[in-house]
Design a protein around this ligand. Structure first.
Ligand code: ATP
Ligand code: MG
Length: 316
Protein backbone atom coordinates (compact mmCIF):
# COMPACT_ATOMS: atom_id res chain seq x y z
CA UNK A 1 0.00 0.00 0.00
CA UNK A 2 1.37 3.44 -0.90
CA UNK A 3 1.86 5.38 2.33
CA UNK A 4 0.13 8.74 2.61
CA UNK A 5 3.41 10.47 3.38
CA UNK A 6 6.94 9.26 3.02
CA UNK A 7 10.13 11.25 3.42
CA UNK A 8 13.27 9.83 1.90
CA UNK A 9 16.66 10.98 3.21
CA UNK A 10 15.11 14.34 4.00
CA UNK A 11 17.70 16.80 5.29
CA UNK A 12 17.54 20.49 6.15
CA UNK A 13 20.62 22.67 6.61
CA UNK A 14 20.35 26.33 7.65
CA UNK A 15 23.04 28.71 6.46
CA UNK A 16 23.88 31.04 9.36
CA UNK A 17 26.66 33.57 10.00
CA UNK A 18 28.23 31.04 12.38
CA UNK A 19 28.17 28.20 9.87
CA UNK A 20 25.76 25.54 8.66
CA UNK A 21 23.19 24.19 11.13
CA UNK A 22 22.22 20.60 10.26
CA UNK A 23 18.72 20.66 11.72
CA UNK A 24 17.30 17.57 10.00
CA UNK A 25 19.50 14.74 8.75
CA UNK A 26 18.56 11.88 6.46
CA UNK A 27 15.09 11.41 7.85
CA UNK A 28 12.98 8.55 6.50
CA UNK A 29 9.52 8.88 7.96
CA UNK A 30 6.34 7.15 6.85
CA UNK A 31 2.78 8.08 7.78
CA UNK A 32 -0.06 5.79 6.75
CA UNK A 33 -3.48 7.28 5.95
CA UNK A 34 -5.73 7.79 8.97
CA UNK A 35 -3.03 7.17 11.59
CA UNK A 36 -1.33 9.36 14.21
CA UNK A 37 2.45 9.55 14.39
CA UNK A 38 3.92 11.27 17.44
CA UNK A 39 7.20 13.11 16.87
CA UNK A 40 9.09 13.61 20.13
CA UNK A 41 12.53 14.76 21.24
CA UNK A 42 14.24 17.48 23.24
CA UNK A 43 14.03 21.15 22.31
CA UNK A 44 16.14 21.92 19.25
CA UNK A 45 16.16 18.36 17.94
CA UNK A 46 14.60 19.44 14.62
CA UNK A 47 10.93 18.49 15.05
CA UNK A 48 9.43 21.76 13.82
CA UNK A 49 11.95 22.00 11.01
CA UNK A 50 10.96 18.53 9.82
CA UNK A 51 7.26 19.46 9.94
CA UNK A 52 7.86 22.63 7.99
CA UNK A 53 10.16 20.94 5.48
CA UNK A 54 7.30 18.62 4.52
CA UNK A 55 5.20 21.66 3.58
CA UNK A 56 8.13 23.66 2.22
CA UNK A 57 7.46 26.36 4.79
CA UNK A 58 11.08 27.14 5.59
CA UNK A 59 12.96 30.45 5.48
CA UNK A 60 15.29 31.35 2.60
CA UNK A 61 18.44 30.27 4.43
CA UNK A 62 17.24 26.64 4.55
CA UNK A 63 18.67 24.15 2.10
CA UNK A 64 16.51 21.04 1.72
CA UNK A 65 17.72 17.78 0.19
CA UNK A 66 16.04 14.40 -0.17
CA UNK A 67 12.40 13.85 -1.10
CA UNK A 68 8.90 14.09 0.28
CA UNK A 69 6.32 11.83 -1.31
CA UNK A 70 2.66 12.56 -0.66
CA UNK A 71 0.21 10.00 -2.02
CA UNK A 72 3.12 8.65 -4.05
CA UNK A 73 3.85 12.02 -5.69
CA UNK A 74 7.18 13.78 -5.23
CA UNK A 75 6.37 17.21 -3.77
CA UNK A 76 9.65 18.67 -5.06
CA UNK A 77 8.21 18.38 -8.57
CA UNK A 78 5.31 20.72 -7.71
CA UNK A 79 5.34 24.38 -8.76
CA UNK A 80 5.09 27.04 -6.06
CA UNK A 81 1.42 27.51 -6.99
CA UNK A 82 0.62 23.79 -6.86
CA UNK A 83 2.33 23.64 -3.47
CA UNK A 84 0.19 26.53 -2.20
CA UNK A 85 -2.93 24.70 -3.35
CA UNK A 86 -1.80 21.54 -1.61
CA UNK A 87 -1.17 23.39 1.66
CA UNK A 88 -4.43 23.63 3.50
CA UNK A 89 -6.28 21.54 0.95
CA UNK A 90 -4.35 18.25 1.28
CA UNK A 91 -1.94 18.88 4.14
CA UNK A 92 -2.81 21.40 6.85
CA UNK A 93 -0.66 22.62 9.72
CA UNK A 94 -1.51 24.04 13.13
CA UNK A 95 0.90 25.72 15.51
CA UNK A 96 1.33 26.27 19.23
CA UNK A 97 -0.07 29.77 19.19
CA UNK A 98 -3.25 30.21 17.15
CA UNK A 99 -3.01 34.00 17.54
CA UNK A 100 -0.13 34.01 15.07
CA UNK A 101 -2.48 32.71 12.37
CA UNK A 102 -5.70 34.52 13.25
CA UNK A 103 -6.13 38.12 12.16
CA UNK A 104 -6.87 40.12 15.36
CA UNK A 105 -8.91 42.68 13.42
CA UNK A 106 -11.26 40.25 11.75
CA UNK A 107 -14.34 38.49 13.05
CA UNK A 108 -14.14 34.69 13.02
CA UNK A 109 -16.80 34.45 10.28
CA UNK A 110 -14.77 36.69 7.96
CA UNK A 111 -11.57 34.76 8.58
CA UNK A 112 -13.33 31.61 7.43
CA UNK A 113 -14.77 33.30 4.36
CA UNK A 114 -11.35 34.62 3.43
CA UNK A 115 -9.69 31.24 3.91
CA UNK A 116 -12.30 29.49 1.77
CA UNK A 117 -12.07 32.09 -0.98
CA UNK A 118 -8.28 31.97 -1.04
CA UNK A 119 -8.65 28.43 -2.34
CA UNK A 120 -11.86 28.90 -4.28
CA UNK A 121 -12.77 32.51 -5.18
CA UNK A 122 -16.11 31.49 -6.71
CA UNK A 123 -17.70 30.56 -3.36
CA UNK A 124 -20.40 33.05 -2.25
CA UNK A 125 -20.13 34.57 1.23
CA UNK A 126 -23.36 32.84 2.31
CA UNK A 127 -22.17 29.40 1.29
CA UNK A 128 -18.77 30.04 2.87
CA UNK A 129 -20.54 30.95 6.11
CA UNK A 130 -22.48 27.70 6.03
CA UNK A 131 -19.32 25.69 5.47
CA UNK A 132 -17.74 27.47 8.42
CA UNK A 133 -20.72 26.62 10.64
CA UNK A 134 -20.43 22.96 9.76
CA UNK A 135 -16.73 22.62 10.64
CA UNK A 136 -17.19 24.72 13.78
CA UNK A 137 -19.94 22.34 14.90
CA UNK A 138 -17.54 19.45 14.31
CA UNK A 139 -15.07 20.97 16.78
CA UNK A 140 -17.93 21.90 19.14
CA UNK A 141 -17.57 25.67 18.87
CA UNK A 142 -20.96 27.34 19.50
CA UNK A 143 -22.22 29.22 16.45
CA UNK A 144 -22.39 32.59 18.25
CA UNK A 145 -18.57 32.67 18.27
CA UNK A 146 -18.68 33.38 14.54
CA UNK A 147 -19.36 37.05 15.19
CA UNK A 148 -16.52 37.48 17.67
CA UNK A 149 -12.95 38.71 17.35
CA UNK A 150 -10.05 36.39 18.29
CA UNK A 151 -9.22 38.29 21.51
CA UNK A 152 -12.77 37.67 22.78
CA UNK A 153 -12.13 33.92 22.79
CA UNK A 154 -10.24 31.66 25.20
CA UNK A 155 -7.02 29.92 24.12
CA UNK A 156 -8.76 26.56 23.87
CA UNK A 157 -11.56 28.06 21.77
CA UNK A 158 -9.03 29.69 19.45
CA UNK A 159 -7.20 26.41 18.94
CA UNK A 160 -10.51 24.70 18.13
CA UNK A 161 -11.15 27.40 15.55
CA UNK A 162 -7.72 26.81 13.99
CA UNK A 163 -8.51 23.10 13.79
CA UNK A 164 -11.88 23.90 12.20
CA UNK A 165 -10.13 26.02 9.57
CA UNK A 166 -7.88 23.07 8.79
CA UNK A 167 -10.94 20.87 8.30
CA UNK A 168 -12.52 23.12 5.66
CA UNK A 169 -10.88 21.26 2.81
CA UNK A 170 -10.81 17.85 4.42
CA UNK A 171 -7.01 17.43 4.31
CA UNK A 172 -5.60 13.90 4.37
CA UNK A 173 -2.82 14.98 6.74
CA UNK A 174 -2.68 17.44 9.62
CA UNK A 175 0.71 18.48 10.98
CA UNK A 176 0.12 19.67 14.54
CA UNK A 177 3.20 21.39 16.00
CA UNK A 178 2.83 21.57 19.79
CA UNK A 179 -0.87 22.35 19.35
CA UNK A 180 -1.67 22.21 23.05
CA UNK A 181 1.54 23.38 24.73
CA UNK A 182 0.07 26.80 25.52
CA UNK A 183 -3.04 25.26 27.14
CA UNK A 184 -3.62 23.81 30.58
CA UNK A 185 -3.67 20.03 30.98
CA UNK A 186 -7.45 19.67 30.95
CA UNK A 187 -7.85 21.68 27.75
CA UNK A 188 -4.88 19.82 26.29
CA UNK A 189 -6.58 16.47 26.75
CA UNK A 190 -9.88 17.86 25.42
CA UNK A 191 -8.28 19.18 22.25
CA UNK A 192 -6.53 15.88 21.59
CA UNK A 193 -9.67 13.89 22.21
CA UNK A 194 -11.39 16.18 19.78
CA UNK A 195 -8.64 15.64 17.21
CA UNK A 196 -9.03 11.92 17.60
CA UNK A 197 -12.78 12.08 17.07
CA UNK A 198 -12.35 14.24 13.99
CA UNK A 199 -9.63 12.03 12.51
CA UNK A 200 -12.09 9.20 12.18
CA UNK A 201 -14.84 11.35 10.72
CA UNK A 202 -12.54 13.07 8.22
CA UNK A 203 -10.30 10.05 7.63
CA UNK A 204 -7.33 12.24 8.44
CA UNK A 205 -3.79 11.35 9.51
CA UNK A 206 -1.96 13.46 12.12
CA UNK A 207 1.71 14.15 12.70
CA UNK A 208 1.67 15.20 16.35
CA UNK A 209 4.79 17.14 17.33
CA UNK A 210 5.11 17.41 21.10
CA UNK A 211 7.36 17.36 24.16
CA UNK A 212 4.69 15.49 26.03
CA UNK A 213 5.36 11.76 26.04
CA UNK A 214 2.14 11.08 27.93
CA UNK A 215 0.08 12.55 25.12
CA UNK A 216 1.94 10.47 22.58
CA UNK A 217 1.45 7.30 24.60
CA UNK A 218 -2.26 8.01 24.72
CA UNK A 219 -2.96 9.29 21.24
CA UNK A 220 -0.33 8.12 18.75
CA UNK A 221 -0.30 4.85 16.80
CA UNK A 222 3.41 5.20 16.16
CA UNK A 223 6.24 7.22 17.66
CA UNK A 224 9.32 8.74 16.05
CA UNK A 225 12.02 9.82 18.50
CA UNK A 226 14.21 12.60 17.20
CA UNK A 227 17.68 13.42 18.47
CA UNK A 228 20.01 16.05 16.99
CA UNK A 229 18.27 16.04 13.63
CA UNK A 230 18.11 12.25 13.29
CA UNK A 231 15.31 9.79 13.96
CA UNK A 232 16.88 7.60 16.66
CA UNK A 233 14.00 5.15 16.92
CA UNK A 234 10.62 4.73 15.23
CA UNK A 235 7.95 2.14 15.84
CA UNK A 236 4.49 1.23 17.09
CA UNK A 237 3.66 3.11 20.31
CA UNK A 238 2.88 0.28 22.72
CA UNK A 239 6.00 -1.88 22.22
CA UNK A 240 8.21 1.19 22.02
CA UNK A 241 7.00 2.52 25.36
CA UNK A 242 7.06 -0.93 26.91
CA UNK A 243 10.61 -1.64 25.84
CA UNK A 244 12.55 1.26 24.34
CA UNK A 245 15.64 0.08 22.46
CA UNK A 246 17.69 3.16 21.69
CA UNK A 247 19.64 4.43 24.75
CA UNK A 248 18.30 7.91 24.01
CA UNK A 249 14.69 6.71 24.03
CA UNK A 250 15.42 4.85 27.25
CA UNK A 251 16.75 8.06 28.81
CA UNK A 252 13.85 10.12 27.51
CA UNK A 253 11.28 7.72 28.99
CA UNK A 254 13.15 7.62 32.29
CA UNK A 255 13.04 11.44 32.38
CA UNK A 256 9.32 11.20 33.10
CA UNK A 257 8.86 11.28 36.87
CA UNK A 258 8.90 7.87 38.48
CA UNK A 259 5.99 7.58 40.92
CA UNK A 260 7.62 4.75 42.88
CA UNK A 261 10.87 6.51 43.66
CA UNK A 262 9.70 10.12 43.19
CA UNK A 263 13.08 10.68 41.57
CA UNK A 264 13.38 12.86 38.53
CA UNK A 265 15.97 11.48 36.17
CA UNK A 266 17.55 13.51 33.44
CA UNK A 267 19.98 12.39 30.77
CA UNK A 268 23.45 13.67 31.73
CA UNK A 269 25.00 16.29 29.45
CA UNK A 270 23.16 18.27 26.81
CA UNK A 271 22.36 17.82 23.12
CA UNK A 272 25.15 18.70 20.69
CA UNK A 273 25.14 21.89 18.70
CA UNK A 274 24.00 21.13 15.19
CA UNK A 275 26.60 23.50 13.78
CA UNK A 276 28.97 21.96 11.24
CA UNK A 277 29.19 18.41 9.97
CA UNK A 278 28.92 15.63 12.54
CA UNK A 279 30.52 12.22 12.44
CA UNK A 280 29.32 9.15 14.29
CA UNK A 281 26.28 8.91 16.53
CA UNK A 282 25.27 12.34 17.92
CA UNK A 283 24.24 10.70 21.22
CA UNK A 284 27.74 9.24 21.73
CA UNK A 285 28.97 11.74 24.37
CA UNK A 286 25.89 11.17 26.56
CA UNK A 287 25.41 7.47 26.01
CA UNK A 288 25.98 4.95 28.83
CA UNK A 289 26.43 2.13 26.34
CA UNK A 290 28.73 3.79 23.82
CA UNK A 291 31.30 1.80 21.89
CA UNK A 292 34.25 2.89 19.78
CA UNK A 293 32.45 2.47 16.48
CA UNK A 294 29.74 4.94 17.56
CA UNK A 295 32.29 7.72 17.58
CA UNK A 296 33.17 7.54 13.91
CA UNK A 297 30.31 6.11 11.83
CA UNK A 298 26.63 7.00 12.12
CA UNK A 299 24.54 3.86 12.74
CA UNK A 300 22.05 3.45 9.91
CA UNK A 301 18.56 2.66 11.26
CA UNK A 302 17.77 -1.05 11.09
CA UNK A 303 14.67 -3.12 11.89
CA UNK A 304 14.94 -4.51 15.43
CA UNK A 305 12.73 -6.78 17.54
CA UNK A 306 9.45 -8.53 16.84
CA UNK A 307 7.78 -5.29 15.82
CA UNK A 308 10.66 -4.53 13.40
CA UNK A 309 11.21 -1.11 14.86
CA UNK A 310 13.72 1.16 13.11
CA UNK A 311 16.60 1.73 15.53
CA UNK A 312 19.74 3.71 14.75
CA UNK A 313 22.12 2.08 17.23
CA UNK A 314 25.02 -0.38 17.05
CA UNK A 315 23.72 -2.32 20.06
CA UNK A 316 21.32 -4.08 17.73
P1 ATP B 1 11.40 22.85 20.14
O1 ATP B 1 11.02 21.59 20.87
O2 ATP B 1 12.07 23.83 21.02
O3 ATP B 1 10.26 23.44 19.35
P2 ATP B 1 12.41 21.63 17.71
O4 ATP B 1 12.72 20.20 17.92
O5 ATP B 1 11.15 21.99 17.04
O6 ATP B 1 12.56 22.40 19.09
P3 ATP B 1 13.65 23.18 15.61
O7 ATP B 1 12.91 24.42 15.89
O8 ATP B 1 13.26 22.39 14.42
O9 ATP B 1 13.66 22.23 16.88
O10 ATP B 1 15.18 23.58 15.49
C1 ATP B 1 16.20 22.66 15.11
C2 ATP B 1 17.52 23.38 15.01
O11 ATP B 1 17.51 24.27 13.88
C3 ATP B 1 17.87 24.25 16.21
O12 ATP B 1 19.26 24.14 16.44
C4 ATP B 1 17.51 25.64 15.75
O13 ATP B 1 18.31 26.60 16.39
C5 ATP B 1 17.84 25.57 14.27
N1 ATP B 1 17.04 26.51 13.45
C6 ATP B 1 15.68 26.52 13.33
N2 ATP B 1 15.29 27.48 12.47
C7 ATP B 1 16.41 28.09 12.04
C8 ATP B 1 16.68 29.18 11.14
N3 ATP B 1 15.69 29.81 10.50
N4 ATP B 1 17.99 29.54 10.95
C9 ATP B 1 18.97 28.90 11.59
N5 ATP B 1 18.80 27.86 12.44
C10 ATP B 1 17.55 27.48 12.67
MG1 MG C 1 9.48 23.10 17.63
Amino acid sequence: MTPLLHTKSLSVAFETPDGVVHAVQDVNLTIQAGTTVGLVGESGSGKSTLGRAILRLLPENAKVTGSVFFDGKDLAALSAKAMRDLRGRNIAMIFQDPMTRLDPLMRIRDQFIETIRAHDPTVEAKEAGQRALKVLADVRVPSDRMGMYPHELSGGMRQRIMIAMCLLFNPALLIADEPTTALDVILEAQILELLQAIMGRYNMAVLLITHNLGLVAEFADRVAVMYAGHIAEEGATVPLFREPFHPYTQGLLRSVIDLDTEALYSIPGSPPTLLGATVGCPFYPRCEKRMDVCKTVYPEPRPVGEDRRAVACYLY
